[in-house]
Structure formats: C-alpha cells, structure tokens
Design a binder for this molecule. Sequence first.
Ligand code: ADP
Ligand code: MG
Length: 436
Amino acid sequence: MSLVSYDTWIKTAEPLQFTDNTLVIQVPSDFHRDYWKQRLITKVNQLVNDNFQTEIVVLILIPGEKNPLASVAPVVEKKAPQPEAETTGLLRNSPLNKAYTFESFVVGDGNQMAHAAALAVSEELGTLYNPLYFYGGVGLGKTHLMHAIGNQLLKNQPNAKVKYVSSETFTNDFVNSIKNKQQEEFRRAYRNVDLLLVDDVQFFAKKPGTIDEFFHTFNDLYDDKKQIVLSSDRLPNMIENLGDRLISRFKWGLPVEITPPDYETRIAILETKATSESLTIPNDVLKFIAGRFETNVRELEGGLTRVKAYAQMKKAPITIDLADEALQNLTDMPAKRILDIHSIQTAVAKFYNVTVAEIVGKKRVKRIVVPRQVAMYLARELTDASLPKIGKAFGGKDHTTVLHACDKIAEAILNDDKLQEEVATLKKRLDVETVN
Ligand code: ADP
Ligand code: MG
C-alpha cells in the first residue's frame, strides 16, 4: 500500500473497542467505510488469523453512529494462545497452537487425503512422505494440519524437537543471523530438529539468498531422515523464481491438494466449532451459514462468530432471520465479488417484500412461492451453480424441485408480461450490484 493510501485509509481510522472477538473501528465517512469493507477487512482478518489463530469480527462505524458494544465491558485478556515473537530466540521450541489438533479437524471431501497423509507422517517421521507438501487456497486448513502434526508428535514423543515457522520467519531469522553474526546458531536451530514445518513457502519466491539457505537446510534434514512438512498456495513448479533445485526437492515427497469443503463438511465444521464454544445454534441456522460460505473455512467460522456476536449485541435468540441480518452487510467480501446465490436471494426477497428466510423456507403460499421460484430461476441463470448446489442454498431442496421452478418461471415469463418485467428489473439490479 502506498503512503498516500495509508494516510487516507488507515491513519484516519480509530479503533474504539475490542470485546469478545469484535473489533470496533470508527472511520470518517461512508466512503471510508466502503473502502474498508472492500479492501481492508479481509486483510485485518488474515493478519489476526496468521498471528493469533483466532477469528474476529470487524465492525465499522462512522461519526454519529452509536457503538453497539459500548455497554459491554471490554474483555482484557482473550483465551487465544498467542505465539511468542518468533524472530528472537532462534533455539526456542516454536509455539504450536494447541487448538489446532487432529481432534478439532473435521475430515471431509476436500481434505481427506491431506488429513490421512498428515496423520501418517506424525506417526512415522521422515520415511513415508518427505517432504509432505500441502497446497490449496486460503483458509482451507493447511496451517491447522501442520500444527496438528506437531501437536500429535509431541503427544506421542514429548521430547521431540519441533519447529514450526512461516517462510517469512525463516527469512527473517536468516537475515538477522547474518546481521548479528549468528549463522552457527541459525543452522543449529533449523537443522537440529525432528520435524520442521514451514508454512506458505510461496513467499520464498525471489529471495535467492534465503532459497539457497533453505536448500541446504532441506538437504541436511532430508539426509538425516528428519521430517519436513511444507505448505503453499500452489504446486511447487507454479512458484515463480523458486529455482529448479528447490522445486525438484519439493516434488520428491507427496504434494497433496486441499480443496474447499462440501456442504456437509461445512456444516460439520460449524457444529464442531459451536460445540467447542458451548454454543447452541439451531440446525437450520447452521445450514444457512454453511450455504453462505463456500470457499474458505476461515470465513465460514468468521460467519458463525459474527452471528454469535450479533445475537449477543441484540440480546436476541439465534434464528435464520437474525443470521441473515448479521451477515447482510457482510464486511469481508472480496472487492470483485462474483454474483452468489445469496445476493440473488437477498435482492429477490427485497423486491417482493418477503424475507430470505421465507425464500429458503418451506411454506407454500403464493406470496412466497413465486419469489422463491424466481430466485431459483435467477440463480440458475446468473451463477454457474449446479442444480443440487442451488437446491442446498435454498434450504436443502431437491434438485428436481429447482429444475421444476426454473422451467415454470421460464415458461411463465413467455405469457406473463408483469413477471417478465419483474425478472428483467431484478436482473438489472443484480447486474448493477456485480459491476461495482
Ligand atoms: P490455511 O492455512 O489453509 O489458510 P488455516 O489452517 O489457517 O487455513 O484454516 C483457517 C481456519 O479454518 C482455522 O481456524 C482452522 O482451524 C479452520 N479450519 C480449516 N479447515 C478445517 C477443518 N477441516 N476442520 C476444522 N477447522 C478447520
Ligand atoms: Mg495458513
């Protein structure tokens, strides 16, 4: 970010409160708020998650708006285990997040292989898959699995030497060791371990000095049959400027992809998270949240946290309507949002003056059935979601129901001018929404 951007967007923001995983920030104007919503909140979440392994909700106010959490006493110390600063004290055993275990990891479609390989490696160091290499999108559990391997190993062998670092920490340690003439110490710290976990190795790209050092670290460990586990957002040969030597090493072991969880797994993840926080959340609400976050477990969990915070704030029970409201002005949407089913449901609900809960519900009165069918029709037309996927997003309906609805609307449009106009208006509105 440039200095001008920094001055404009960040310096002007004032943190007001941090209570119960909700951060309240005040910015000067609506304009600033939009920018935060579109650009900065995801970054804040990512930073907090990377450093403290916890989810927070960011609430943005403009002057004149009341801080809804003002009456809640700030919680000073939060439970999240905070890793110590990793750049100092090279030889310290790295802090592992105790919450990231195999027990707390929900196994499903997209991560089955990764989970199995991780478990196997934690029981049989250095011989099975070396290196084990996880790759996949953001928020899909790579870091969680790496910590789980470390935690599991220490459970079985409390004296094992485990080092977990991000590739940036490795880089910093290396640079500092040169600056402070502590290269001996650096090498001991990284080569005298039973298990080395290096997260996000794509950030090694374009750092030839570090790459060279890591190459030697790798070889030393490998020759000693010590276990190496790596993660990245892509396959080794897709990392630019990593150098052929390192790429070929990374490919020696097992590269395993992690893909986004399916609907059932997402529900199971939410259930696990709710249980671990002793939260009781109705099933239909869990389904509703699971339907809204499809590609990122971190955001999925963030959705749950947000609903919980919203319910506390409003002192209201957790229902679909409340969840819908809580997630309505969802702040952590990426800037270039492609049209999702939920936006369609929201637009259609608003247009016909019904609620999203009614649209995804089961009531068969005309007032709701038509909007529901229109929403399904638009979901089919405007997204590339499959029929079963649309069915799920509409409260778990069968794909034949969706197909029937789509056919029905497609046919009705031909004879019904009013409906034709309504659908056209909705399309136009949704289009506007997707462009900006
Ligand atoms: P990545 O490193 O791939 O970006 P993380 O490991 O940081 O993703 O996961 C993001 C969040 O989602 C973490 O809080 C993690 O505990 C949670 N998470 C991801 N996958 C699962 C899963 N299968 N079961 C339970 N929690 C998960
Ligand atoms: Mg990670």
